[in-house]
Write a protein that binds this ligand. Structure first.
Ligand SMILES: CC(C)(COP(=O)(O)OP(=O)(O)OC[C@H]1O[C@@H](n2cnc3c(N)ncnc32)[C@H](O)[C@@H]1OP(=O)(O)O)[C@@H](O)C(=O)NCCC(=O)NCCS
Length: 183
């Protein structure tokens, strides 16, 4: 399988249904770390659940919709990035990300998202990319900021978790802004 070097010892690769066992083992390391911050459907319990996520993204990729990519560091799957939404007709997409604890603090997600933004906003010619996160997810907001995104607004109490409702931030970057950053 092809892979794209990110930095040092890390690579970005498509994360596909044949990775189900590896993805499930990674989810065992990541589950409690990511649970408060990602959609509940992404937090799976076993190989069957992991397979379900991978197949769902595979179908969406076939329709030029969502896409899922894993980040391997020293040969271990430590997290990934995705297009949670991709709409060529509307010229918009939304990125997402997650890491297990060992993957944090190395700049891997910022680097991987740069690859996705180049592809979406340069190669595919989309007009804008979005980033949605819980307003109290400081590490996620910091990624959006490092990518040059603008905090465009807050959807109040839009994120239910564990019996409470949290505000959700919407960050965005326009193609022209991305081109200027990359020039
Ligand atoms: C959100 C999340 C992916 C961010 O991970 P992260 O490691 O902080 O983000 P990056 O990969 O961009 O790395 C940035 C960190 O690496 C450090 N770093 C090291 N080398 C770096 C480099 N060359 N470039 C950028 N950052 C670098 C930065 O200093 C920063 O660490 P710090 O915040 O401790 O100072 C992670 O916290 C996570 O998975 N959280 C749980 C799930 C989640 O929130 N998902 C997002 C839902 S919206």
């Amino acid at each position: 399988m092809f892979s794209l070097p990110l930095r040092d010892d890390a690579v970005l690769r498509p994360l596909e249904s044949w990775h189900a066992e590896e993805f499930a083992a990674h989810m065992d390391r990541a589950r409690e770390h990511i649970r408060p911050w990602v959609g509940p459907g992404f937090v799976t319990a076993d190989v069957e659940g992991a397979q379900g996520t991978l197949v769902r993204y595979g179908r969406r990729q076939a329709e030029d919709g969502g896409r899922l990519f894993g980040i391997w560091r020293d040969g271990t799957l430590v997290g990934g990035v995705m297009f949670t939404g991709f709409d060529a007709a509307w010229g918009t997409c939304e990125l997402g990300c997650w890491l297990e604890p060992a993957g944090e603090g190395h700049g891997l997600v910022t680097e991987a998202c740069t690859v996705l933004l180049d592809w979406a906003l340069v190669e595919r010619g989309l007009h804008r990319a979005e980033w949605h996160c819980r307003a109290d997810n400081d590490r996620s907001g910091a990624v959006a900021e490092r990518l040059g995104m603008t905090l465009e607004g807050v959807r109040r109490e839009a994120w239910p978790y564990d019996g409470a409702r949290h505000d959700k931030q919407i960050w965005g970057i326009l193609a022209a802004e991305w081109h200027a950053r990359r020039a």
